[in-house]
Design a protein around this ligand. Structure first.
Ligand code: GDP
Ligand code: IMO
Ligand code: MG
Length: 439
């Protein structure tokens, strides 16, 4: 029986993880975010009511499920408190069922300022970050100067750390031409005030999770971003700054690899990415308009238009391996409903050498010279939205899905046919059972 599941994105984020975590967490005991920060935007849609979560795990709509932020989640206390308040306004009360790891690193205003000035005005040359301070805070962590939430228990120690960091950031900001100095005093006062509001949520998350697992409780580990944005395995340097592939679960929570029963990779049946960086199957003009409009491809965090493209099986296969996936969840099948033809990338061609290849391009030059080689499918021109039974899918949709399954050699366990929670086809019965009983 499946007890503990990881749900992670295997493209460049926004695959629909939030919807799937919401769906599968109905009878879970805990849902745990293990990396990233409020650069994420996870959308839940239930009976027409939309909830967008940035930091808090996607289980908030179930009153009995505990939400946890692990040690590698980076947190702006100001934004966390705003998110809690926004939820409260929607009558979703999370304050007493949210747990924060004692060793998570904090995002301060100076991280955000540095993120912004470094991205600068030359949008084309930049990474295209979400401007939430993610890069700078992870840099601090690796450089061993980050401020962890538990550092605020000892105010005099916190003061020392903060002073050192504010000086360091003022130096950096000055270098980038940022006129205004960051005020140590303002940050100090605000941080203490914010800390007092969340103090009761702080725990040793590793201890807690290991105890819960021992007690046979059901846990979902919710990924943020996507595997192609992973700091090690993604399209570097156009990535985020954490490990969004499977390893991040273990380093980001303090549980061991043997505790996971099932790993679900979520992918759209086409592709999108926000921000800059390689995207071999990117499309423009009419098809881009189609995906943007029908797929509503605008970022949930920044509102930016997402770049769009066809599904890339070279990249998908790589991420299936890296994450050692148990199964796939395909999302947004309904978005393809009105297309005459659907392309799927099965290998690449090097523009310079004219040689075909099927591996992950490694250098800048490789990426620049990649041309996708497509297999073309006839569209189904029929409505799949809301279908819940695989047998009812149009013949050409089944053919398309079957091809993905055979090519990647992995089972397709879930298919999402719309943004609403119940617009889903369960293929794997163990996953269906996962939401039918607690423990
Ligand atoms: P996440 O970051 O992976 O959680 O994904 P986002 O929430 O940023 O973006 C996914 C978007 O697609 C959201 O607006 C969802 O409501 C929507 N969505 C999820 N699954 C489906 C689906 O199967 N069909 C359609 N049409 N929309 C979907
Ligand atoms: P979810 O969890 C899509 C992208 C940014 C940028 C790059 C680095 O909703 O799938 P950062 O602010 O992290 O330093 O930006 O990563 N990015 C995302 N793209 N979905 C996300 O999260 C993302 N989180 C970061 O657009 O290209
Ligand atoms: Mg998103």
């Amino acid at each position: 029986m499946i007890k503990n599941i990881v749900i992670l994105g295997i493209q460049w984020g926004d695959e629909g993880k939030g919807k799937i975590v919401d769906l599968l967490s109905k009878k879970s005991n805990l849902v745990v975010r293990y990396q990233g920060g409020n650069n994420a935007g996870h959308t839940l849609l239930v009976d027409g009511e939309k909830t967008i979560l940035h930091l808090i795990p996607s289980c908030v709509l179930y009153k009995n499920v505990i939400a946890v932020l692990g040690n590698n989640v980076v947190v702006s206390l100001k934004d966390l408190l705003s998110e809690i308040k926004l939820l409260k306004n929607k009558k979703i009360f999370i304050k007493n069922r949210l747990i924060l790891s004692h060793s998570l690193s904090l995002i301060f205003d100076y991280h955000i300022s540095l993120d912004k000035v470094r991205e600068g005005k030359n949008i084309k040359q930049s990474i295209g970050t979400t401007n939430k301070g993610i890069g700078p805070v992870y840099e601090d962590k690796i450089a061993r100067r980050a401020i962890r939430i538990s550092d605020l228990y000892d105010i005099s120690y916190f003061k020392k750390l903060l002073k050192k960091n504010v000086d360091y950031y003022n130096f950096q900001l000055f270098h980038f031409g940022h006129k205004e100095k960051v005020s140590y005093k303002k940050i100090l006062d605000k941080s203490i005030f914010q800390f007092n509001q969340v103090k009761h949520m702080i725990h040793d998350v590793s201890d807690l999770l290991n105890y819960k697992i021992q007690n046979q409780e059901k846990i979902i580990f919710e990924g943020a971003q996507g595997s192609l944005l992973d700091i090690d395995h993604g399209t570097y340097p156009y990535v985020s700054s954490s490990n969004s592939t499977i390893g991040g679960v273990f380093t980001g929570t303090g549980i061991g690899i043997k505790k996971i029963d099932y790993i679900l990779g979520v992918t759209k049946v086409y592709s999108t990415r926000v921000g800059n960086g390689p995207f071999p199957t990117e499309v423009y003009d009419d098809i881009d308009n189609y995906f943007s409009t029908i797929g509503k491809e605008f970022g949930s965090t920044t509102g930016r238009k997402r770049r769009t493209g066809w599904l890339d099986l070279v990249l998908l296969k790589r991420m299936i391996n890296i994450n050692s996936l148990s199964g796939l969840c395909l999302t947004k099948l309904d978005v393809l409903d009105n297309l005459e033809e659907i392309k799927i990338c099965v290998k690449y061609l090097n523009k310079l050498t004219q040689k075909e290849f099927s591996y992950y391009p490694s250098s800048k030059k490789d990426w620049e010279n990649v041309i996708p080689v497509y297999k073309i499918f006839r569209g189904w021109k029929d409505c799949t939205q809301g279908l819940k039974d695989f047998k009812k899918l149009p013949k050409n949709a089944k053919k398309y899905i079957d091809f993905i399954k055979k090519f990647t050699n992995i089972s397709i366990d879930l298919i999402s046919t719309g943004p609403e929670r119940d617009q889903i086809i369960f293929i794997n019965h163990d996953l269906k059972n996962f939401i039918s009983n607690k423990n």
